[in-house]
Design a binder for this molecule. Sequence first.
Ligand SMILES: Nc1ncnc2c1ncn2[C@@H]1O[C@H](COP(=O)(O)OP(=O)(O)OP(=O)(O)O)[C@@H](O)[C@H]1O
Length: 251
Amino acid sequence: MSDKTTSSLLYLDGVCVSFDGFKALNSLSFVVEPGELRAIIGPNGAGKTTMMDIITGKTRPDSGEVFFDGGKIDLTKRDEAEIAQLGIGRKFQKPTVFESHTVWDNLELALNKPRGVFSTLFYRMSAQDRERIDNILETVRLSHRKNDLAANLSHGQKQWLEIGMLLAQEPKLLLVDEPVAGMTDAETAETAILLREIAKTRSVVVVEHDMGFIRDLGVKVTCLAEGAVLAEGSIDFVSNDQRVIENYLGR
Ligand SMILES: Nc1ncnc2c1ncn2[C@@H]1O[C@H](COP(=O)(O)OP(=O)(O)OP(=O)(O)O)[C@@H](O)[C@H]1O
């Protein structure tokens, strides 16, 4: 066993990934603490998606360390399904809810339950499961839409529903890719509040280009560029960094 001594929930050190000789990640080091909400910014091609792919096991690093859960788990040795099972949830940019099902049914389908044919056939929701769904509905601001078809939700509400579906699986770490793209201003502001609430009980890493939203989050920001960390700190610190202005904000 190659345990790592760290108290961090997520620990990346010196991670390199090349595609046809191009270094998408170039000695990336990145740490997330338990219960932390972290914002990631950076120009197109900076390596943000590739970093998520490394964490979730979709892409293998050429070199470097990737540990989860206080250094107990070497993620480079696990496949995508195992990593999801370990408690790392990922929300892609485009919402992927079951449009022809109700909001409630989407959440029920997402509950972390045995999925065999027999367990599905004979599965009856417990009062506890119902309460969990009610709590999630409240968190993602969809209690009043629970009996509506997901197809009839606004774009922003679909994003919230998908976040709710991930919460139903009780992840320890939630990776969220550009959640507010295409949202109204009101939905964007509400999403910042929602993610802050969610991060009270788990860690959340959110990638976004919307700087107003990043400011609303009010958390530590990491700016990536050319596959490595360019600057890290408060939004004011990062947005005043000359290299961040040159590589990203000033473009
Ligand atoms: N599977 C792949 N094959 C070849 N090149 C890739 C692959 N995945 C990513 N890249 C390249 O690696 C670099 C980093 O891409 P990545 O998608 O991680 O950036 P990003 O920061 O997420 O950008 P964006 O903000 O546009 O989503 C890019 O130049 C991209 O073209």
